[in-house]
Design a binder for this molecule. Structure first.
Ligand SMILES: NC(=O)c1cc2c(=O)c3cc(F)ccc3oc2nc1N
Length: 334
């Protein structure tokens, strides 16, 4: 129900469990690096609470997750503001849903969308932003809540695949995924087990726990890697499509996943999904789906973003390998 149609009592009844969930999820994410919900589920709940508190300021309380910079719980890392929000992605769970998404995009009246997509593997890590000034790395940060992230500059300098300097004096931001290869994950957990330390549930949590360290020396031992995938100001690198942007990032020395593919129809999309569903276990890194992006970058901008997710891309998620109990007790009718 739109916030403005709620009574004070209804708002109160919705805010209470919402705060409890966001606080719980925030602790899992910020303190334990062990989130039980996808980023965009957290983001949507967070935005809903922001809207409710804007509509009913008398209900705001100091302990509300919205009153703490950087999400629900403080991480000791310095905060970074993302001038261009780092959004998470909506997701679909079947080819039918994916084709419906494409259909709706095509029907978007004000934007003529060429049905040309760039498909990429959805690396199961955490989002990373790298900022370069005149070709030199000046900042590394996490996504945080999309607007406020954490400064991990010293930590990213220890990651071998992160260029300290570019071959061209560019002042750009490059975004991608920081991940822990499967072999490194297995080695780390074996070591932790031997030392009687708690093991990480999966490579994504291990990557998050390793990147978001206060001590860069710890990060340096964790064998993290990156696959970069996005330049927000793509005009600065002289490209027109996402596929060209990936090639350009390769030229600049970034590690870019080699398995992207430009496709034009359902058959090609299905073929790509089948191929990588089959190959998933053979890859040396974790993937949890496929990312489909409109290839033309100007069209991406024209399609824009909703409050929290881009309209020009969607993540197709593989069925969970182990039947993880994913908290899905919020049904969203925004
Ligand atoms: N995990 C991934 O492998 C992956 C993730 C994203 C994003 O999260 C993402 C979020 C945005 F707001 C914009 C583009 C993006 O592109 C992306 N591309 C990828 N290949």
């Amino acid at each position: 129900t739109p916030v403005k149609e709620l009574t004070l009592q209804e708002a109160q009844d919705e805010i209470k469990p919402l705060r409890a969930k966001l606080t719980k999820w925030g602790k899992e994410y910020y303190e334990q690096d062990n989130p039980t919900v996808e980023d965009h589920v957290y983001d949507r709940a967070y935005q809903r609470l922001v809207q409710l508190e804007e509509q009913f300021p008398q209900l705001v309380s100091a302990d509300s997750p919205t009153q703490r910079v950087g999400g629900a719980t403080e991480s000791q890392l310095t905060k970074v503001r993302h001038e261009i929000p780092m959004l998470s992605m909506g997701d679909v769970f079947s080819i039918e849903e994916l084709m419906d998404f494409n259909q709706r995009q095509q029907e978007n009246r004000d934007v003529e969308v060429e049905p040309e997509y760039n498909l990429e593997l959805k690396i199961d890590g955490l989002s990373l932003s790298l900022v370069y000034e005149n070709g030199k790395l000046v900042q590394g940060s996490t996504r945080g809540n999309g607007t406020i992230g954490e400064d991990v500059t010293a930590n990213v300098r220890t990651i071998k695949s992160v260029p300290a300097e570019l071959p061209e004096p560019l002042s750009i931001e490059v975004r991608g995924e920081c991940y822990m290869p499967k072999a490194a994950f297995a080695k780390l957990n074996a070591k932790r087990e031997a030392e009687g330390l708690p093991v990480f549930a999966n490579p994504r949590n291990a990557a998050a726990g390793s990147l978001r360290q206060l001590d860069p020396k710890v990060t340096a031992q964790r064998e993290l890697d990156t696959f970069m995938y996005y330049v927000p100001e793509y005009q600065k690198i002289g490209v027109k499509t996402q596929a060209e942007a990936l090639d350009r990032m390769r030229e600049l020395g970034f590690n870019v996943n080699p398995n992207n593919r430009v496709v034009h129809n359902r058959d090609e999309i299905e073929k790509y999904i089948e191929e990588y569903t089959a190959q998933r276990d053979k890859l040396t890194y974790g993937i949890d789906g496929i990312v489909e992006k409109v290839n033309d970058l100007d069209t991406e901008v024209a399609l824009g973003n909703t409050v929290k997710v881009p309209r020009w891309e969607i993540a197709y998620k593989f069925p969970p390998e182990e039947q993880a109990t994913i908290v899905r007790d919020i049904v969203w009718t925004v």
